[in-house]
Design a protein around this ligand. Sequence first.
Ligand code: ZN
Ligand code: FE
Length: 256
Amino acid sequence: MPALEIVQIPVLNDNYVYLAHCAETGETAVVDPAVAGPVLDEVSKRGWTLTHILNTHHHGDHVGGNEEIIAATGCTVTGSADDAPRIPGIQVQVREGDTVTLGNHTARVFDVPGHTRAHIAYWFEDSDALFCGDTLFSLGCGRLFEGTPQQMWTSLGKLRALPDSTRIYCAHEYTQANADFAITVEPDNPALNARYDQIIALREAGKPTVPSTMGEEKQANPFLRADQTVLLEAAGLSGADPVAAFADIRQRKDNF
Ligand code: ZN
Ligand code: FE
């Protein structure tokens, strides 16, 4: 079975909206449509028909296009059962352990609170694709607007357990700023330094740095490494427990 075809649509300042298309059935999802216009244009340019909106969380730059897309296409909206009142047009309420079917493909749903009190991620194992909204970014993670460090660390741990080949389709191009911060935490990490150079080159060429893979993130993203001795030593946090270390690093980033 061919993998889902995934299209990245840059919108607003630094958001990424994604199309996921099952070529065999024609079913097409849009993940976190911040706005409707560019999504509908891309879909019609490809001759596709939108059947699903998949939302990760309630922020406006993730659900802002829902109503207009529903009006234009009649597609169904899937979102977190624990945040249904804040997801415009929600029809299918899901939480961890549920699956979402898109044509011949199936996503597992994870509850990944921390950025917001209810936030979900969609993992299409057959296509090696993770749609994680604002939970995990390349070299970063979402700000803790409504959750605790303990919640976010647990959420990131669920994602870190996915295969190294998993591509991280996060919702923002924040990588360069995240890299500038990450090297202050772990300046001698060779994987991070290599990734840093690659990011500078990609951005100078006007290219996206997303998606990265889980394998790359595990080696270089400080927010996935708060239980690694080498990071704790580099960050001056030797002996700290992972949640305390994560909280400390997250706070440094907030003030960076
Ligand atoms: Zn958000
Ligand atoms: Fe966002």
